[in-house]
Design a protein around this ligand. Structure first.
Ligand code: IPE
Ligand code: IPE
Ligand code: MG
Length: 264
């Protein structure tokens, strides 16, 4: 029996912290695209005297929770940074565990994604991804390609600089590469071509850096960092991030409405 991610009703229990927080959300002003740097699995495990791989296992539970919570809240795009280009530097058994957990996630969750109208998309260099994982990714992408409710973007073997360089290389291979390129045309060469820029970027476990994530796309993204380790990150934390986002004044280089002198 599969879960149907319906509305928030029945999902958020009355009298809980979540119920209190949800009441404060302005549903007409949700971030359209939330991106997450899921960090802190290793520290979570160390804190409990467990091997790092246990931290990653616990982290995949948070992925399920946050995908469901985001869909129920009405988020349209959720991007999860799951494996960076630089993560290959880690010991082989940790790297293998990470890919194996991802394969398991896809096997376990593909029906859940499909039945809840969620589309899977991958950004990052696919050809570097282990074959069996790639096969599973292709299967789930195909299975969910027409789904509309929310897009779950997995950043795998992903690096922001590498993505920009690949876009430039694709551009210079084209005949019209000598024509002028603007932001809009350049964006079309990135892996994120069909995605809006993230409105909100969440990083767990307290690090104040981008770690080569969505460098071009985060030019005006609101950043929210929490000390909570990824395996402990729950729907209440997601709601907190959204509430904080809703308090921000996004100026995009302009000024607050009504603060300027009217020259007319
Ligand atoms: C995030 O947790 C998972 C990945 C980067 C794949 P970490 O494994 O980076 O955990 P810490 O940062 O060492 O605690
Ligand atoms: C960023 O976390 C990558 C992912 C979450 C997949 P890292 O743990 O790899 O980043 P650094 O090394 O702390 O910058
Ligand atoms: Mg880390």
């Amino acid at each position: 029996m599969f879960f149907m991610f319906d509305t928030l009703e029945g999902y958020i229990k009355p009298g809980t912290i979540e119920a209190d927080l949800v009441q404060k959300i302005d549903f007409s002003h949700l971030p359209v695209h939330i991106a997450v740097i899921m960090d802190g699995n290793g520290r979570w495990a160390r804190q409990k005297n467990l091997p790092r791989t246990e931290g990653h296992k616990a982290g995949s539970k948070s992925v399920k929770e946050i995908v469901e919570a985001s869909a129920r809240l009405g988020i349209k795009y959720l991007t999860l940074f799951a494996f960076s280009k630089e993560n290959w530097k880690r010991p082989e058994d940790e790297v293998n565990t990470l890919w194996e957990l991802l394969r398991k996630y896809l096997i376990d969750e593909s029906q859940v994604l499909e039945e809840n109208d969620l589309k899977l998309k991958v950004i990052g260099e696919k050809k570097g991804i282990p074959f069996l994982v790639r096969k599973e990714l292709l299967r789930v992408e195909k299975l969910t390609k027409d789904n509309q409710r929310m897009t779950v973007v997995l950043a795998l073997n992903y690096g922001g600089r590498q993505e920009i360089l690949e876009a430039i290389n694709r551009l210079i291979k084209r005949k019209d590469s000598l024509k002028e390129v603007n932001e809009e045309t350049f964006s079309r060469y990135l892996d994120t071509a069909d995605l809006p820029d993230p409105d909100l970027l969440i990083r767990t476990s307290g690090e104040m850096r981008l770690s080569n994530f969505l460098l071009w796309q985060c030019a005006y993204t609101e950043l929210w960092v929490t000390p909570v380790f990824w395996p402990d990150f729950q729907k209440k934390d997601l709601i907190q991030a959204i509430l904080d986002y809703q308090k921000r004044e996004r100026r995009f280089g302009g000024i607050i409405k009504g603060e300027g002198t009217n020259r007319e």
